[in-house]
Ligand binder design. Structure first.
Ligand code: PLP
Length: 376
């Protein structure tokens, strides 16, 4: 290999680490997959059959997808309006749809920071995609911390970063509500802080788990033209395989997102799956309560184990550390041993994040984690 092999590649990508989801091989298909915060349930079979029929009878595979799926945007807007106590209803032109909300995160970075125009700020630990996608676009990431007792944002440190002359200046703040991997919702103090962020900084509030937390800031969107809310079909709505996410924002912001969107970003099959799920959400959403109840059950059991430090969560996962010697090495060991026993979890942000699964999956989680801790 000569020295200038791949010398056409941007030099800053050399050190970039890709997001590494678990690769599910044929052999471990039967594992309990509690590492990606997906819904443990597939779509109800009658909906899959409907979707198969739609594929057979209504989708022409030789045709490009609808580049502006208006019906889906209207269905999303009406779902959003139902989810919040809105003084001012959200209209379909305030919705932008992405190939997963990951695509929308990247689009937001492109329209705000690209070309050395801006930096982003995140409070760690948080969803790692903000940093990974920013760095893939050579956008600087400014990190602030959270307080270890409740994982609330160090607002003083964040304000200092906003007030000093960062080069380039902060253009976007990303927050998740409730946060991943730690599961805490924004406090009233944090929300107040977000309400007062200067208008020249975009505030992205990622509500990927809002169906589980059952709270949303969408009712305040009209008062804050510098806010964007992100949501996804990948979690409570059981469509992770179809990659559908959406942004809710002012029509001015969504029209800029439209400018840079790849024209056929969302396959027809995914558009129709999302629409079908919204039309039939009565068959899907009630199960959210089971997940919440299971989460409370696991939390109470983990809390009893003095070897574990566990935080209450408003999402569909639980974050925990070890009471003693909670080093990355020890946490990694636990994750690996659980994997050997057939339970996949995620070691991230200085702790272990365990997705709530079905009752039997959760029973195995409790059993296996106890066994692993006993053998440490
Ligand atoms: C899971 C998740 C998403 C969803 O991403 P998609 O690309 O829509 O699947 C977005 N944000 C956070 C914080 C998440 O945990």
């Amino acid at each position: 290999m000569s020295n200038n092999f791949l010398s056409f590649i941007r030099s800053d990508l050399t050190g970039l680490k890709a997001y590494t989801p678990n690769i599910i091989s044929d052999i471990n298909q039967n594992n309990d997959r509690l590492d990606a915060n997906e819904n443990p349930l597939d779509l109800p079979i009658e909906l899959k059959q409907k979707l198969a029929l739609i594929y057979e009878q209504e989708i022409s595979t030789n045709r490009y997808p609808n580049a502006n799926p208006l019906e889906l945007k209207k269905a999303i807007a009406s779902y959003v309006n139902e989810s919040g106590k809105l003084d001012q209803l959200i209209s379909h032109n305030q919705i932008s749809i992405g190939n997963g909300s990951d695509e929308l995160i990247r689009s937001l970075l492109i329209i705000t920071c690209l070309g050395s125009e801006g930096s982003i700020m995140v409070a760690n630990p948080t969803f790692s995609m903000y940093k990974i996608l920013a760095e893939s676009l050579a956008i600087r990431v400014i990190n602030v911390d959270r307080f270890n007792e409740d994982f609330s944002i160090n607002i003083k440190a964040a304000n200092e970063q906003i007030n000093i002359q960062n080069d380039p200046p902060i253009r976007v703040i990303f927050v998740v509500n409730p946060n991943s991997p730690t599961g805490n919702s924004l406090t009233e103090k944090e929300i107040d802080w977000l309400r007062n962020i200067p208008q020249n900084i975009l505030v992205v509030i990622d509500e990927a788990y809002f169906e589980f937390s059952q709270t949303s800031l969408v009712n305040e969107l009209s008062e804050h033209p510098n806010w964007v809310i992100l949501r996804t079909f990948s979690k409570a709505l059981r469509l992770a395989t179809h990659r559908v996410g959406y942004a809710i924002a002012s029509s001015e912001i969504t029209s800029v997102l439209e400018k840079i969107r790849l024209p056929y970003n969302l396959p027809t099959f995914s558009q129709l799956a999302a629409q079908l799920v919204l039309e039939n959400r009565d068959l899907i959403l009630p199960f959210v309560n089971n997940i919440i109840a299971e989460k409370e059950r696991l939390y109470n059991i983990f809390k009893e184990d003095l070897r574990l430090k566990v935080w209450s969560s408003d999402a569909n996962f639980i974050y925990l550390q070890l009471t003693d010697n909670s080093t990355d090495e020890n946490l990694n060991k636990i994750m690996k041993q659980l994997e050997k026993k057939g339970t996949l979890i995620r070691h991230t942000g200085g702790g272990l994040r365990i997705t709530i699964g079905t009752k039997s999956e959760n029973d195995r989680t409790i059993q296996r984690l106890t066994n692993v801790l006993n053998s440490l």
